[in-house]
Structures are given as C-alpha cells and as structure tokens.
Design a protein around this ligand. Structure first.
Ligand SMILES: [Zn+2]
Length: 433
C-alpha cells in the first residue's frame, strides 16, 4: 500500500473526514462558482449550512456534462463552473470531444498533485513495486489520461512511455527493456494477444507479469479477463477514472474483486438509478450509475457529477486490507440498450460469448435495428469465430440460449469468420447502430 494510513483507514472515519471536506467544498462553490450558485440557489440552498453534510448529499442536484458545456461562451470557454483565478491554473486538459467540440478541464497545482496521488494509489494496488519497469501505451497529449503517467514515477517505477499506435515499437520495448508491467486498454491487450499469436511471438514467456488495463469496461469480466491472462501469462487488474473528475480514481488489487477508490479523500462516490436519478444505497451487491463529487478540488470542482458508468458495488472486507467500497464497471450507460424492458450492456454480451472460447474469437458487435436505446427483440449480435474454427452445428443456437439465460435477452446470433470484426489499438466499438 502506498499510503497505508489512508487506504486502510476504517471507512466510517474516512466518511467523517470527507464530511468536513464536503462542507468546505460547498462553501467554496457557493462563493466562487457562478454555475453552482445558480444551481444550488434554484434548489433553495444559499449557504453551505442549508445543505447539511455528506449524509444529505443525495438531496443536492445532480450535474450533467451537457449543463457544464451549455455555460461555455467565447469569453468563458471553460464554463461557469470555473472557480480559480487564471494565475492559479497550471494545466488545462481537453476531453476527447466524441460528442462534438472539446470541453476543457483546468487544474491548479494542488488539483494536479491530488490527481497523481490518487492515481498512484490506484495503480500501486495492482502490486507493481518500486524499482520495476512499466511500459505505457497512452499518449500524454491533450487528454486527462496523460496525468496518470506521472503516477508511475510517484510509485517509484521506471516508466517507459511508447504511446499508442505502434505495436512493433511496443513489442520491441517489452523484449529489450523487459518491463514487469504494461498498462493499456483491454481492447489493445486483447489485440496484442492475437498479434503475437499470428507472428509466433511467445507473449507468456515475455517479462510482463502484470497487465494493468483501463480506459473502457471489460478488464474485470471473468471470461474476458481469463483470456487476457492466458494470452499474456500475466495477472490482469483494472483501473478506472473519468476526465472531468480525475484520472485512475479506482484501481484493483491482486484479489481481483473490484476496484478500490485510490482517490479516497479527494472524491466522494454515490450510486443512482440512471432512469430516475434517485439515490441508491452503497450496499454490497448494489448496482447503478456512479455519481462522483469533488471534496477538495479548486479549479473547477464538480458536485454529484453523473459519470455514465454503470457499476456494481462490493462492500465486503478485501484481503489486501484496503477499506471502503469497491466497484466493478459493467458498462457505460451510454452504450446500454433496453430490450423489452431489460437493460443490456454490450460488454456483458461479450462476456457471455467469450465463454464459448476456443470456438469464438471473443469479438462481438451488437447491431441494434432501431435508433435509440429501446429495442424490440431479437437483438442482432455478430459473433466472430476463432481462427481456423469452423462454425459448428448448433453453436449459434447455444450462444443465443446462453445469452437468454444469463442476460434475459432474446438475440439473433450471426456467426462471422475470423478477422471480420474490427480490432482496436485503443477502445473497442461493441455497438453499431
Ligand atoms: Zn483489495
């Protein structure tokens, strides 16, 4: 543990400390944020004392990404939630802007330091140790994920950045520099297993003992993870963050039973029902959309920010000794489809299909027939066969039956030959409308 005093602190004690920080953060927002003064004012909150403490946070309004975006103007390109003076800002990241124009994420020196501290705890949870080498495939570039790279030095690792999009260079770095760990997206980790097999490269014999995956859901799904672990001959653990709140906020330990909150003390987690916005208790086994609030952020703190990540909570004690909630991300609310009233996450479809290895490659593509979220059954799913596999009689039916049993969804399964579905060096597309 990087900070045993913090990471193993009883969760109730953490919440008591966070309660104080939350009240101070609210006062700061009311003083400095035009966005939150208006938003909280509309909810009848003029002073921090009106809001109550952390226990009452579920009564405060949620924040949506679009609301922040809507307040940007040419004069205020960051948005009305900016709290810090220009001279206090030391870095400005951009979001990837998949929905159009990028939005900006400013940080003070203290914010950036807290991001790195939380990220370092999350990555250290995987078991990587000072003195080891780690190869990374994220580009620092304009995106917040780049801030996570500084956490490797914080842990005491030797960091070998090779960036995205050059598999030859990555494999040469692994062969020659012999890193003990690699950090990449689960899609890219899966792609490299195939890449190595096609070239006769013995990936399990390589130096990498730990594969740290982040950037998209999937690294925690048992069948998908088992395939990655076999392909790499390494232990696979996942990490998760969200640009607007912080990088690698969560990180999994060797017990592989959900991600610990490395950013504890900086960020407060909650669950809501994504359909109604109602608060859901953080009980063992509960699931819902993750909502995060900054506790001691300065540049542009967010309150009850909807992450769109759909997670399951674990509250049972973890053998590693870290306390507090753990999460497993089961998909993005944005990717979710509703098939006759049943929520279906494409990554869950992939997980069920992966159970048919070695007959299938593990690549799937959901092809909804209707625009939007709501779908009429059967839901079309393309399933790629493994290399050299012949479509066996009854395989499509067996996959369809297991999807129906496991996910309560009626599908039509189309088997396609090896290599048909697109591979990714970054994030996979599992749905195509
Ligand atoms: Zn643990």
């Amino acid at each position: 543990m990087l900070d045993p005093e913090v990471e193993a602190r009883p969760w109730e004690q953490q919440l008591a400390l966070d309660d104080v920080a939350h009240r101070e953060q609210l006062a700061y927002l009311l003083e400095r944020s035009g966005f939150y003064r208006a938003k909280l004012g509309a909810a009848g909150i003029e002073a921090a004392a009106d809001a109550g403490g952390l226990e009452a946070i579920g009564r405060l309004p949620l924040t949506e990404k679009q609301e922040l975006r809507a307040t940007t103007t040419p004069d205020e390109p960051i948005g009305a939630h900016l709290c810090a003076a220009p001279e206090e800002i030391v870095r400005i990241y951009s979001t990837s802007g998949t929905t159009g124009t990028p939005s900006y994420i400013p940080l003070t020196a203290g914010d950036l330091d807290n991001w790195i501290t939380g990220s370092a705890r999350s990555y250290a949870a995987s078991g990587v140790e000072p003195g080891q080498r780690i190869v990374s495939t994220y580009n620092a570039g304009p995106f917040a994920a780049g801030a996570a790279l500084a956490s490797f030095e914080r842990i005491g690792l030797c960091h070998i950045p090779v960036g995205t999009g050059n598999t030859e260079r990555l494999m040469r770095a692994i062969e020659l520099l012999r890193p003990a760990a690699a950090v990449l997206t689960p899609s890219y980790a899966a792609h490299l297993v195939e890449w190595a097999a096609e070239r006769g490269v013995d990936l399990p014999a390589a130096s990498v003992e730990r594969v740290l995956v982040a950037g998209e859901p999937g690294g925690g799904e048992p069948a998908f993870r088992a395939a990655l672990e076999a392909g790499w001959g390494a232990r696979v653990t996942e990490a998760m963050g969200i640009g607007d709140i912080g990088v690698s906020l969560w990180g999994e330990c060797a017990a592989q039973d959900g991600m610990h909150l490395g950013a504890r003390g900086f960020v407060h987690p909650e669950l809501i029902d994504p359909a109604t916005g109602a608060a859901v208790g953080m009980d063992d086994g509960a699931s819902g959309e993750l909502v995060l609030s900054h506790l001691r952020h300065r540049a542009a703190p967010l309150l009850r920010f909807r992450t769109r990540d759909h997670v399951v909570i674990r509250m049972s004690p973890c053998p590693c000794g870290r306390t507090g909630p753990r999460v497993r991300c089961i998909g993005r609310t944005d990717d979710m489809l509703i098939v006759r009233g049943v929520n279906v996450f494409p990554s869950a479809v992939r997980e069920v299909v992966s159970g048919f290895a070695p007959d299938v490659s593990g690549h799937i593509l959901v092809r909804p027939r209707d625009a939007g979220v709501k779908q009429e059954p059967p839901l079309p799913v393309r399933v790629e066969l493994a290399r050299d596999a012949r479509p066996e009689e009854g395989l499509a039916d067996a996959i369809r039956d297991r999807l129906r049993t496991a996910l309560v969804v009626q599908t039509s399964v189309e088997l396609v030959p090896w290599g048909t579905l697109q591979r990714s060096e970054y994030k996979s597309k599992l749905v195509e409308h």
